[in-house]
Design a protein around this ligand. Structure first.
Ligand SMILES: NC(=O)c1ccc[n+]([C@@H]2O[C@H](COP(=O)([O-])OP(=O)(O)OC[C@H]3O[C@@H](n4cnc5c(N)ncnc54)[C@H](O)[C@@H]3O)[C@@H](O)[C@H]2O)c1
Length: 255
């Protein structure tokens, strides 16, 4: 019989993670994966009831979770989040910058106020959160930052100009901070989803079967599809991976 001597270490026992916009969808899929490996998770969502409900379900399944409210485009909310997590869960090791705002309109008609809000929520607030979370990670000489980008960071989209620009800039932020924080034992990576079955794509429901035909693996992504790679990147098993963008898109980016 094979004796496994050097099994990769996917344990998140004793770790604490903050995930933004994670009451539903991809963020919740990642929260559940981390919780399944023993991580305590702080689930933040603009809909506080949804966040609390998601946290309660994880606790019912034997995990440790809290739910927090607040709009991620509000700098005061964002600046206070890490401290709230530390007050309730004792520490903070992992930040998952998942929440984003996305509006669809031809670029030439996009309103300044909307572009401003999107760039703030999707790019500037993740940077602010890194600024606020890294001191806790440095104190422990261990940290993980996971940014959630998009296939649109590569392709661009003139109907979602500010959104796709923010995601492209998040990739650059990932590379910059990975380099800067490597000696602090903090890795920084990005997961770029393709097309997923989540609330933001609800309007596409009638055409999802048609959309699936254009995806090489032949199906739409489900929130749990991001869980495995997130756990790898956030655990000790992923310690030597930093500064990377990993596409989780059923092959869409290479179609
Ligand atoms: N769904 C996709 O096809 C897709 C594709 C590429 C990238 N992404 C990225 O993945 C991440 C998660 O996307 P999703 O589709 O799971 O999200 P979603 O739109 O389904 O929403 C997830 C949660 O975010 C919360 N939320 C919305 N606005 C918020 C705000 N201002 N502050 C805090 N929370 C807020 C919602 O209440 C919801 O519970 C995002 O960064 C998104 O850009 C998604």
């Amino acid at each position: 019989m094979l004796r496994v001597i050097h099994a990769p270490n996917f344990s998140m026992q004793g770790r604490v993670a903050l995930l933004t916009g994670a009451g539903r969808g991809i963020g919740l899929g990642i929260a559940r994966a981390l919780a399944s490996a023993g991580c305590a998770v702080a689930i933040q969502d603009v809909d506080e009831l949804v966040a609390r409900d998601a946290a309660r379900k994880i606790e019912d399944e034997g995990g440790r979770a809290i739910g927090l409210g607040g709009d991620i485009s509000d700098a005061k909310v964002v600046a206070s989040l890490p401290e709230r997590v530390v007050q309730e869960l004792g520490t903070l090791h992992v930040l998952v910058n998942n929440a984003s705002i996305q509006s669809n309109s031809p670029w030439i008609e996009a309103k300044l106020e909307q572009m401003d809000r999107e760039l703030r929520a999707d790019l500037l607030m993740p940077i602010l959160l890194c600024q606020k979370c890294v001191p806790y990670m440095r104190d422990q000489k261990w940290g993980r930052i996971l940014n959630i980008g998009s296939i649109q960071q590569k392709q661009g989209n003139a109907g979602m100009m500010s959104y796709s620009l923010s995601k492209a800039a998040l990739e650059k932020m990932t590379m910059t901070l990975a380099n800067r924080l490597a000696r602090d034992n903090i890795t920084v990576n990005l997961i770029a989803p393709g097309y997923f079955d989540t609330v933001r794509n609800e309007k596409d429901r009638p055409r999802m079967a048609e959309i699936a035909k254009g995806i090489p693996v032949g199906r739409i992504g489900q929130p749990e599809d991001c869980g495995g790679i997130a756990l790898l990147l956030c655990s000790e098993a992923g310690a030597y991976i930093t500064g990377q963008s990993i596409y989780v898109d059923g092959g869409l980016s290479v179609a």
